[in-house]
Design a protein around this ligand. Structure first.
Ligand SMILES: [Zn+2]
Length: 390
């Protein structure tokens, strides 16, 4: 009986001409997919998406076709109102603009008057057709275009896309830096240095977080190096701390200083933001045990929130790996570590090891700058998912 009901429901909701069917792109999360089609990342849309595609989680698989919460109508050539059987003129106009905008963005192939295909989002609100405006309106802060010279000429301008992380401040701490390059390895006559690759990922991550409205503090800075779309990142020793302090030769002092500076910024105004989160990124030379080494997440001992966040990030990254390389398998972990920075930084903290700079496969992941960007995107998706559910 239950089986029968299930089948019956399934037939009711899965008429293929009713909903727009799309494929996910590499690096897509549900948020990016919805954004591409200008539909709200709302609970209504998320649960309809799950229902339409018969799935329990938010994971996307590259080989699968998904139904979006967008109805597809055959335009009758007369009017939108008669096509969708809704007499509301403003609603029809908003639908017209919605379709036209997607053609302009290159998402929809042709104008609906031409190909007679009209897209109508199921949960469409004509008064707030622009998702980003809607979110900004709710928070009463308009979407900003902010300039961060630290990101380099090409990337310094950052346009906010939404305010999903408006309540958050992130303290991004590149591992090592200054006189300490961290782990190193040789490749093709180049010396690969941990601090340079970690720094590039940190900048990319920071930029994505800024796009979602977050306040971002780059604790280690190098004004010479913005985001670098390069394979071999030249090692430099001129990084310094937020505020201008130089990075000490002494390791103990170095660790102490970065904790101090992070806590100081945090203490200046903890009530400014609801969520404060420190993230440190490393590309260490762990002992290679011939097995692949994936991204590892560490949290402070006894930090239940740190553990929750790390798990959320791991779940997202794992899902992304499975989409991009379904047969690869994944060995990741979340665990606590009694590291100095994890014990001394006051805001909740995530310590991330991106891999082993001496391992060939990990080098591939780190050297290709699109991969560095993908890691930043995926971490951002994981953080958005965590802070949305919080
Ligand atoms: Zn390191």
């Amino acid at each position: 009986m239950i089986f029968f009901v299930f089948l019956y429901l399934n037939i009711l909701i899965s008429n293929p001409t009713d909903f727009l069917e799309v494929k996910a792109k590499s690096g897509d999360g549900l948020i990016t997919l919805f954004q591409r089609y200008d539909i709200d990342y709302s609970n209504q849309n998320i649960s309809l998406f799950k229902e339409l595609n018969n799935q329990n989680n938010l994971g996307l698989n590259l080989s699968k076709t998904y139904k979006l919460p967008i109805n597809v109508y055959k335009f009758n050539g007369k009017s939108i109102r008669t096509t969708i059987n809704n007499n509301d003129y403003d609603f029809a106009l908003a639908i017209q603009h919605y379709n036209e905008d997607l053609v302009k963005k290159g998402i929809k192939d042709k104008d609906f008057r031409e190909d007679k295909i009209l897209w109508v989002p199921v949960n469409f609100n004509p008064n707030n057709s622009d998702k980003s405006e809607k979110i900004a309106l709710k928070k009463e802060i308009p979407l900003r275009e902010r300039v961060y010279p630290i990101l380099g000429k090409k990337y310094e301008k950052v346009k906010e896309e939404d305010h999903l992380l408006l309540d958050c401040a992130f303290y991004l701490i590149t591992g090592h830096g200054g006189p300490d390059p961290g782990a190193q390895s040789e490749k093709g006559g180049h010396t690969l240095s941990e601090d340079e690759y970690a720094y590039d990922v940190i900048l990319r991550l920071g930029r994505e977080l800024i796009k979602r409205g977050a306040e971002v503090y780059f604790i280690v800075q190098d004004p010479e190096d913005g985001i670098r779309d390069e394979v071999y990142l030249k090692n430099s020793k001129d990084e310094f701390y937020y505020g201008g302090m130089k990075i000490d030769y002494n390791q103990k002092q170095r660790l102490h200083d970065r904790c101090d500076i992070t806590n100081e910024i945090y203490n200046q105004n903890p009530e400014k933001k609801k969520n404060h989160h420190a993230i440190s990124i490393h590309v260490d030379s762990r002992l290679s045990n011939s097995k692949q080494i994936d991204i590892f997440f560490y949290h402070a001992p006894n930090s239940s929130e740190g553990e929750l966040i790390a798990n959320s990030l791991l779940t997202t990254i794992k899902r992304k790996y499975n989409e991009v390389q379904p047969n690869r398998g994944y060995e990741g972990s979340v665990s606590y570590r009694s590291l100095y920075v994890l014990r001394h930084i006051v805001p909740v903290m995530t310590f991330i090891e991106l891999g082993n700079i001496q391992n060939y496969r990990d080098q591939q992941r780190i050297l290709i700058y699109d991969n560095r960007q993908a890691i930043a995107n995926w971490l951002t998706d994981g953080l958005v998912e965590y802070y949305k559910s919080k």
